[in-house]
Design a protein around this ligand. Sequence first.
Ligand code: DX5
Ligand code: ZN
Length: 223
Amino acid sequence: MKHLISPSLLSADFANLKEDIEMVNRSDADWFHIDIMDGVFVPNISFGFPVLAAINHYAKKPLDVHLMIVDPDRYLQQFKDLGAEVITVHYEACTHLHRTIQAIKALGCKAGVAINPHTPVSVLSDIIDDLDLVLVMSVNPGFGGQSFIENTYKKVRELRVLAANRNENLLIEVDGGVNHSNALPLLKAGANVLVAGNAVFSSDNQEGAITELKKITPDSFRI
Ligand code: DX5
Ligand code: ZN
C-alpha cells in the first residue's frame, strides 16, 4: 500500500481556514488530520465542535480525528456525526480501552490508539488485533512545530513486529515533527501514515510540500 499523508490543520491559518482546506482538497493529501485538545489531557486547547462542523462542510477527504481528551467515550457519537472517519483515542486517557475501541467500530469508524513518547509499544499487545490504526506520537502531544523524537523509529519497528501475523493491515501513523528528512526512514521502519503540520503549512509551497511527502517511495520496510 502507498503511504498516506494527513496534513494537520492545527498549523493552518484559522483566519483563512476555508482556503487551507481547499488547498488540502486539491493536493495529493489523503486525509485531514484534526487535533482535538481539551486543556486537561494536554496543556493546550485547540478547537471544538463548531470548528469541526465548518471543516467537515468543506473537506472532501476523510477526517482523521486525533482526540487528546480525557474520557473520549462521551463524545464519540458527536465526532462521528461531524464527519470523523478515523477516530484515534489516547491509550493514556482510556481506562477501558477495549470498550472504547469497540464503541468506535460500532459507529462505523476506523479505530485508532495513540501512544505518547514515554508509553511502550508493548502495552498494546492484548489489543493490537482489534485496531485499525496505531498513532505513534513523535513529540509530546499538545503543540505543533516541535522537534521529532528519534526513539520513534524504534517504536515503529517494534509495532510492525507486534502486528506481524496478527494484524497485517494495521495502519501505523506517526505524528509530530514529521518532515522531509525523517519521512523516508519512518516509512522504511514500517509507518504508512504521516501527519505533517508545520512541514506543510509553514512552507511557501504547501501543495508542493504535500506532494514531496507523498511521492517518497521506500523500497520496502523491514521487520
Ligand atoms: C500535536 C498534534 C500534531 C501536530 C503536528 O499534539 O497531535 O498533530 O499538529 O504538528 P507538527 O507536524 O508541526 O509537529
Ligand atoms: Zn495529531
